[in-house]
Write a protein of this length. Structure first.
Length: 605
């Protein structure tokens, strides 16, 4: 009798058969066939994805066991099927049926299943399903064991410290919840990073002395490729939340901590800046704030206990092991489960090659050569066959994580070249001309107030002012910029969208959280360039270079021939999600005294 999907899921994700297969070192023998350079958008890869998605759409909703519905729905969505598709909707309804009285219960596979259900909800509609996502995420976070990892639900605090495969999916679920606007406590990421970077010899962590990772610590498991990409990928996920401002490259030593600046009293600051009550009356400097009436203190940020250097050393050791023993098609165990982990790790690490080999080219060739006519794959001893294997295959071929991350965010210059000065000035006397008589450069200089006055003129001649303002703001002291914010706030309401987006760009560099409501308002502007600039300004203000999980362009993913209705729908959806997620961020960081005024400042979404 053919194995059921429930058995396949269990066998793929752990348990007795997983341990037997890893210890025995079963290998997948690659089938012969021509090799060619493949890309996610190549006709060959698209055809393979479509075949696998067709299999998932045929088999998924017909399975009586709903434990794998989250993984199947997530793969179908990442394969390019819209969330409105009837099959996707059927799967989502089946996932919702796991709730009773507001409480979620996995059917069979614990945190694997719970995490994949979050991922499906977030990919389909993070706003609609946020309450459900939050409920599942709370259960996953509460299940973290004392060591910092996760086990199967029935063995939460076993002596083994944690199960890396279960931990991998628990963190994937929490990451998806965070993208949906559900806050995950910093200590959850911190404890996970601490366990992941702990040696299996010196402690109860999953990393072996050779740098690779094992399935469970303390049980003599060997280093495997699937667990190594899982460990490194999970550390990258934790790293982006614990150290969002850390450099992209891995650090080799803990950077020196700068001495904190001396605390300046309000009166000292007023005297230094020359602030007065009016034109003639100076501020009475002797009126210091009374010590028995302190202002409400801001809550200190939670202290991260796992040093960045330790996380990066652990990541580097894992990558070094992969460099020494890199495989694609013949990885022991469950190859497609490994390939999805490889894609995820490489996207998070921003790697095009491993061991001087193109991991995606080799992996896609392997999958294309071995794909069955019905769209699925036969892998090691049939233990990963069926829709589980097809789901992982789609997630690898579509480069689902790389698309999720989008292009690496750059804080400067500005949104998509909007402020690069592409338009000609009305006064061509300000322009330099090259040898061919073409406009080479537009020049404008002067005091910042003069530049703002030029900008306020609007129309087609604002490009020189934009370019000069960008250069000036980059070199300007932050407090000096804050001192000019009133004029910038005024310009943010200008009738010309070019003026508005320039003002919003500058306001995002003030580091002044009080301006966040104005930037949120920019997300609702009727001009898409202003929307994008407001989004980027919030990334800069919040020190979240990757933003809140949305693509850089509202039209990302649309076909080149998309009609006006499709573009409008994509833009409105992008605006809705961006405003919702950034509003929730602002609500969590705004000062205590402003706790009840958000609707008044921003307006109803």
């Amino acid at each position: 009798m053919a194995p059921t999907r429930s058995r396949l899921w269990s066998q793929c994700f752990g348990g007795t058969l997983f341990r037997i297969a890893v210890v025995a070192g079963f290998a997948c023998l690659p089938a012969g066939g021509p090799a060619f350079a493949a890309a996610p958008d190549s006709p060959e890869v698209k055809q393979a994805i479509d075949k696998a998605v067709a299999l998932l759409k045929t088999r998924g909703p017909g399975e009586p066991d709903t434990s794998g519905d989250g993984l199947v729905a997530y793969a179908i969505l990442k394969g390019g099927v819209p969330a409105t598709d009837p099959v996707v909707q059927t799967l989502l309804v089946r996932i919702e049926a796991k709730f009773s009285g507001g409480s979620y219960t996995a059917v069979r596979h614990g945190w694997y299943e719970a995490a994949c259900d979050i991922m499906a909800f977030e990919a389909a509609d993070p706003v609609k399903y946020r309450q459900a996502i939050g409920a599942i995420a709370a259960q996953i976070a509460a299940a973290q064991n004392d060591a910092g990892g996760w086990n199967y639900p029935h063995e939460r605090n076993s002596a083994r410290g944690g199960d890396l495969s279960v931990t991998q999916y628990a963190l994937l679920g929490l990451w998806a919840a965070q993208r949906a606007g559900v806050d995950v406590r910093a200590d959850v990421w911190d404890r996970a990073a601490n366990w992941l970077s702990t040696s299996s010899i010196a402690g109860n962590g999953p990393q072996n002395p050779n740098g690779g990772f094992q399935y469970r610590p303390g049980e003599s498991y060997p280093t495997t490729h699937s667990m190594t990409v899982a460990g490194v990928g999970c550390l990258y996920i934790c790293r982006q939340f614990l150290y969002p401002a850390a450099p992209g490259g891995l650090v080799r030593a803990e950077p020196p901590k700068p001495e904190p600046p001396p605390q300046e009293t309000p009166v000292q600051k007023q005297k230094r800046l020359g602030i007065r009550w009016g034109v003639l009356e100076p501020l009475p400097v002797e009126t210091e704030e009374k010590p028995d009436e302190p202002a409400p203190a801001a809550q200190p940020a939670p202290r991260v206990r796992t040093p960045l250097v330790r996380i990066d050393q652990s990541i580097r050791a894992g990558l070094n092991w992969l460099d020494r023993d890199f495989v694609v098609g013949n990885a022991p165990g469950w190859p497609n489960y490994y390939l999805y982990g490889l894609e995820r790790m490489a996207a998070l690490a921003n790697l095009q090659q491993i061991a001087n080999r193109d991991w995606y080219d080799e992996g896609s060739n392997h999958l294309l050569r071995n794909q069955r006519r019905d769209g699925g794959w036969d892998t090691t001893q049939g233990l990963e066959s069926g829709i589980i294997s097809a789901s992982f295959g789609v997630l690898f071929l579509s480069q689902s994580t790389r698309k999720l991350l989008g292009p690496r965010a750059v804080l400067d210059p500005v949104a998509g070249g909007v402020l690069k000065g592409d338009r000609l000035p009305e006064d061509l006397s300000m322009a330099e001309v090259d040898e061919d008589g073409k406009i080479k450069q537009v020049k404008l200089s002067g005091p910042f107030e003069v530049l703002l006055a030029e900008l306020a003129k609007g129309d087609a001649g604002i490009a020189p002012a934009q370019a000069a303002i960008v250069d000036t703001v980059r070199d300007m002291d932050r407090e000096e910029l804050v001192g000019r914010k009133d004029k910038l706030v005024e310009l943010a309401g200008h009738s010309d969208p070019g003026v508005r987006l320039t003002a919003i760009w500058a306001l995002g560099r003030t580091d002044d959280l009080e301006l966040a409501p104005l930037l949120l308002k920019g997300l609702r502007d009727q001009n898409v360039d202003v929307n994008v600039e407001a989004y980027n300004a919030l990334c800069f203000l919040s020190r979240k270079p990757q933003g809140v999980g949305l693509p850089a362009s509202p039209y990302d993913g649309l076909a080149a021939d998309a009609n006006d209705v499709e573009r409008r729908q994509a833009l409105e959806r992008w605006r809705e999600i961006a405003l919702d997620r950034w509003t929730r961020w602002h609500y969590s960081v705004r000062p205590y005294a402003e706790r009840d005024d958000l609707p008044e400042k921003v307006g109803s979404p």
